[in-house]
Write a protein that binds this ligand. Structure first.
Ligand code: ATP
Length: 199
């Protein structure tokens, strides 16, 4: 499994449609200060479901949309798509290739697409659980993150190990099952109350 390409349009400094293609092995992105190198990493985080504008070095989500320059008007939407080679089927889907895309409009309206099909954020997250690729994964190590890992709280480090050994999806499912169980318990209490009032 490897990242084959990133397509950006209207995302931060990438006003025009731009496609970056990667091969297997190591690729370096070089450029002058402020030319948009970190914006590429932000785009990958964003398409994988990042919900925090701060993590994307902005103050609100709208900040990911191209805000214009002296010669160019702001754009109304941002779009990013990443294509992953899945010929080794490390991702739990039948497809040899996977494209995950996200689009957001200034109105706040947004959508995720998995291989062209409208999807939920949850679907995108579940696809990448325990692969190290998700927005919480360790496939993107940002500036300052190494310090965070080394000096962070034990719970934070534990999350990293959980992802590496592949138990995140079970923990998430357990948390969801416990939440649903709690709701059902509350419902049962209510029914018992009504029954005892009727008796
Ligand atoms: P450095 O080497 O200094 O870390 P960099 O190449 O990583 O720089 P980025 O931080 O990726 O650069 O890009 C910063 C540029 O992106 C700035 O010029 C900033 O004005 C531009 N930029 C960020 N958000 C937007 C936006 N919403 N619309 C237009 N331009 C934006």
């Amino acid at each position: 499994m490897y990242l084959k390409s990133i397509e950006l349009q209207g995302f931060k400094s990438f006003a025009n449609k731009t496609v970056l293609k990667f091969n297997k092995g190591i690729t370096g992105i070089v450029g002058p200060n402020g030319s948009g190198k970190s914006n590429v990493a932000d785009a990958v985080r964003w398409v994988l479901g990042e919900q925090s504008a701060r993590q994307l070095r902005g103050s609100k989500m709208e900040d990911v949309i191209f805000s214009g320059t002296e010669n160019r008007k702001p754009l109304g939407f941002a779009y990013v798509a990443i294509t992953i080679d899945n010929s080794d089927h490390k991702l739990p889907i039948d497809y040899e290739e996977l494209t995950v895309a996200r689009r957001v409009y200034r109105s706040g309206e947004s959508e995720y697409l998995i291989n062209g099909h409208t999807s939920r954020l949850k679907d995108v997250q579940e696809l990448f659980f325990d692969t190290g690729i998700g927005k919480e994964g360790y496939s993107i190590i940002g500036q300052g993150q190494i310090d965070k890992i080394l000096s962070g709280k034990p719970e934070d480090r534990r999350e990293l190990f959980d992802e590496a050994v592949g138990i995140v999806k079970y923990k998430k499912r357990k948390a969801l099952a416990e939440k649903n169980l709690n709701i059902e318990k509350q419902n049962l209490y209510r029914v018992t109350d009504i029954l005892s009032e009727l008796e």
